[in-house]
Design a protein around this ligand. Sequence first.
Ligand code: SAM
Length: 284
Amino acid sequence: MTTLPGWTLERLHDDHAQALRESRVLYDSQTEHQRLRVFENPTFGRILTLDNVVQVTTRDNFIYHEMLTHVPLLAHGEAKRVLIIGGGDGGMAREVLRHTSVEHVTMVEIDAGVVEFCREYLPDISAGAFDDPRLHLTIDDGAAFMRSTSDRFDVIIVDSTDPVGPGEVLFTDTFYGHAHRALNPGGILVTQNGVPFLQGAELTNTMRAFKALFADSTCYLATVPTYAGGPMAFGWGTDGTARQVTVETLAQRFQAAEIATDYYTPEVHKGAFALPGYVARLLP
Ligand code: SAM
């Protein structure tokens, strides 16, 4: 494995790598499931990697977490019960819980070490979410939970690692089928679906499954600097009409939610669903 002393070299892709300077390595250990490292970088702040793949940085996580939460929640308009699969750093829970209309959040994370570690070493990411009484954390495989749960949810957010290692089971037709069944009427499933320019087959696979399951299936985009390779895709599946919500309605809901954001706006929300040809052609 190529190494670059003083740098983290992420080799998620076959023909493309990214290197991030380590100004200080804070932690490097093996949890029950993954190798967990945290280091500091002058530009991106603190960076968490799992199995040497960037998971979250204190500087650019807002883009990812705002777009995977406020898009489905404001499109839905009256979501009360939310499920997060993965999300061990707590950033997704942080943004969901900013919606006072949300009454109950279930979070199913496979690796207790990630949660424990992020609470201590990356507290700004969760920003108190783990202490919110509305949050119910379960340490379990998200696929096993989805298979067996009898709970129902208005929004399901899959905030997983990439489809390698423990995250692989979260990119299967079986998992998506169980998620579809766990949605309330009008419910929405959104997924972390990689960078289409480098992980196109992953998006096509998810979209093929979504097309078979949902009345409305597509993806939307946002560019997160440390998820290298261009815009990241978020899978979208629902049997409802939430994607048709107007920018005016989104603006009313966004204003009523009184949430300050650095990336999400109602206009960005609607624009994120406008797909360039190279992405649209990946959808079945
Ligand atoms: N933003 C990151 C990305 O886009 O790759 C994801 C961040 S979050 C830290 C990913 C989480 O998914 C990790 O905490 C990991 O432990 C968790 N995870 C991986 N496989 C899982 C599974 N099968 N069930 C539940 N959680 C899982």
